[in-house]
Design a protein around this ligand. Structure first.
Ligand code: BES
Ligand code: MN
Ligand code: ZN
Length: 478
């Protein structure tokens, strides 16, 4: 955990200083002072073509000229906003992994930036070292806000807390499937519940049958590891609203009998990113003490092709009574979400938000960095606004009624596949059958849940996408 504090620039020394630079190499006051004391700087920045573009980070040794071992210039672009500040802090953190104390003036680069500075540093300093024999975690322990106020330090700490939540989700997502069976993941959730005094209900395989969670049970049939359903409850006194969040928790997606090709399976330990976001967000919301009731529901199972696996053509009955013909066992996310959403709807919350690495098709539509946002008018508007404020990219997608026939089945109420074109829409239309008349938003996070390469505050691998949007949504409802 990174500690945030404030200090005057007079007499300050540190392992590094990070200053933001606007496009066209516009320095802030601290940057100008540094440039004056380091007369070689302008030539160096010319040599490495540093202009202050978004994402540019340059580390210059401070030498004897300044009381900082390293001087970092982070590009903020032509019109800096909170997200550029977050990215600058994250990019700086990633290039200062050996520095313990980092001073910065980034919190002054745009109004109210301190929280973005806090989350940017914590997110950028993330590493997943659990399975390395030689661990090289980031050394950053303290971030000093130069001339920062008490309010700015508090805001940075809140940003850091949200960043810690995202990093928890990243840890869960990056963990190999063999280390996060449904039972093990449910135990992690129980640990969070114990730590924050949250309510928790964990359904085992018998209870899953008794509670008629036919979708979750069906998907679990081919796996040796038994399924679980986790319900985490944060119920503060004086809650102003009630949010239900549902997360897809496929701890490994082999495709089942509709087996995936080997290379498509390589990243399928990340198919529980929705569930990870739900657990991490509730933990963060409880840590912030927000005045909103939040219930998180995560159906957890492997999707495996064992001898008792679901067969193409099988029919399942979900919690709300509706039947689904399973034509492709690799379209398993919607089967377990059918039950998760039914349970959420029964609780009659003000809004249901689900997060799922649901379809490859959404990445065809939007690329790998933007989530698809589906659902009712009111809920999607709230989620879009929260995501924009939190710095997560989502894009509204349609749910046309006349596409419903794409999932008509010959033998059941619906089938779990549709046309290949519009595959993400077909999946969302199936989910819609299980939310009743509750305001509902669905985020298909199959693209942004995972990053193929590191950039700014996003590491390679699990990104923890969705945590910040859920937390921001809860803040706005509280
Ligand atoms: N977990 C996958 C979706 C996915 C694909 C997530 C790539 C992240 C990266 C999901 O369960 C799946 O397999 N969906 C199928 C649905 C199809 C069989 C209708 C898909 O998208 O191909
Ligand atoms: Mn699948
Ligand atoms: Zn899946």
């Amino acid at each position: 955990m990174i500690e945030f504090r404030a200090a005057a620039s007079e007499g300050l020394s540190s392992d590094a200083i990070v200053v933001g630079v606007g496009e066209g190499r516009r320095f802030d006051a601290a940057g100008s002072v540094l440039a004056e004391k380091m007369p070689w700087l302008a030539v160096h920045l010319d040599d490495v073509e540093f202009t202050g573009k978004v994402g540019q980070v340059v580390v210059v040794p401070g030498g004897d000229a300044v009381p900082y071992r390293n001087v970092v210039f982070a590009g903020l672009g032509p019109a800096p906003d909170l997200e550029q500040v977050r990215r600058a802090a994250g990019g700086a953190a990633r290039s200062l992994a050996k520095c313990a104390t980092v001073a910065t003036t980034l919190h002054r680069s745009v109004p109210a930036a301190a929280e973005a500075v806090g989350s940017g540093f914590v997110l950028g300093a993330y590493t997943f070292t659990r399975h390395k024999t030689e661990k090289k975690p980031s050394a950053i322990a303290t971030v000093v806000l130069i001339d920062g106020t008490e309010e700015e330090v508090a805001a940075a700490a809140i940003g850091g807390l949200v960043g810690d939540g995202v990093n928890l989700a990243r840890d869960l997502i990056n963990e190999p499937a063999m280390g996060k069976s449904p039972v093990a993941l449910a135990e992690r959730a129980a640990g969070i519940a114990a730590e924050f005094g949250l309510g928790i209900r964990i359904l085992d395989e018998q209870q899953i049958v008794a509670e008629r969670l036919g979708g979750l049970r069906g998907v679990s049939l081919g796996a040796t590891n038994p399924p679980r359903l986790v319900e985490l409850r944060y119920e503060p006194p004086g809650a102003k609203a009630f949010l239900a969040v549902v997360g897809k928790g496929i701890v490994f997606d082999s495709g089942g009998l509709s087996l995936k090709p080997a290379d498509s399976m390589e990243t399928m330990k990340t198919d529980m990113s929705g569930a990870a976001a739900v657990f991490a967000a509730i933990r963060t919301i409880a840590a912030l003490g927000l005045a909103v009731k939040v219930v998180g529901i995560a159906p957890l199972t492997e999707n495996m092709p064992g001898g008792s696996a679901l067969r193409p053509g099988d029919v399942l009955q979900a919690r709300n009574g509706k039947t689904i013909e399973v034509l492709n066992t690799d379209a398993e996310g919607r089967l377990i979400l059918a039950d998760g959403l039914s349970l959420a709807a029964e609780l009659e919350p003000d809004m249901i938000l689900d997060l799922a690495t649901l379809t490859g098709a959404i990445s065809i539509a939007l690329g790998e960095k933007i989530a698809g946002l589906f659902g009712t008018e009111d809920a999607t508007a709230s989620v879009a606004a929260a995501a924009a404020a939190a710095g997560e990219r989502v894009w509204r997608m349609p749910l046309p009624d006349d596409y419903r026939k794409n999932i008509d089945s010959d033998v059941a109420d619906m089938k779990n596949t549709g046309t290949r074109y519009g595959g993400a829409i077909n999946a969302a239309l199936l989910l819609k059958e299980f939310v009743g008349d509750i305001p509902w938003a669905h985020l298909d996070i199959a693209g942004p849940a995972r990053a193929a390469e590191a950039e700014h505050y996003v590491p390679k691998g699990g990104t923890g996408f969705g945590v910040r949007t859920i937390v921001e949504l809860a803040r706005r409802m509280a």
